[in-house]
Write a new protein. Sequence first.
Length: 260
Amino acid sequence: MIVSSLSRRFFRVWQRNMTVYRRIWKINFIPPLLEPLFYLFAFGAGLGALVGSITYEGTAVSYIAYIAPALLGINIMYNSFFENTYASFVRMYYQKTFDAMLATPLSIEEIIAGEIIWGATKSVIATAIMLVIISLFGIVSFPAGLLILPLAFVGGVAFGSIGMFFTSLLPSIDSFNLPIFLFVTPMFLFSGTFFPLENLPSWAQRAAQAFPLTHLVNLCRSLALGTLGTGLLIDLLYLIVFSILFFPLALRCMRRRLIT
């Protein structure tokens, strides 16, 4: 199997990307620092004043407390997905970084695995920054909220894998508008992020359960608010199975693209 051929050498790809990240860390630090402030101000002070409170797991919570954990889930999705689509495509096609790596003992599978793990790592870093900011508003329950950090890695692998899968299929960087419009945007809007899924028609609720972001948001919200239940195991299992399916698929499809 493709996954079984991996060695620890994929860490060198991760290390290379981390080195680049550290050189431009200030640019990468600003978005997860300011983004939650913009969202919380707009939705909390603006829309939150109109909505009031929302009932979640039988308890009334403020609207800002409802959407803040969802912002963490969106942040996890964006960081890993965009890292393994646009950024990976640039390294593969324009910078020829993958070609240079293939001149070393690294295999294609190790390069792609390192890219996906790096995307998940970026999700963890950005989530840690955002979690600190959101915590200042007193809407994160600790210590349960700390579990969002390892969850960010699991979600990062899931969305990084599907992002790399799209990278293996799309012919140009402009083509990424298609999965963003058809895959990312519907999840952003209809995964229980800004309103409860119960407000949607029954068919739309069932469709939303197919979105990995729906399960990631459920986990983030429950951990942030301290409302833990056995149903969260299903959400976690969904993300793990999603990763198990798309991680090797991404490796296989990228091999096909790079050797043809």
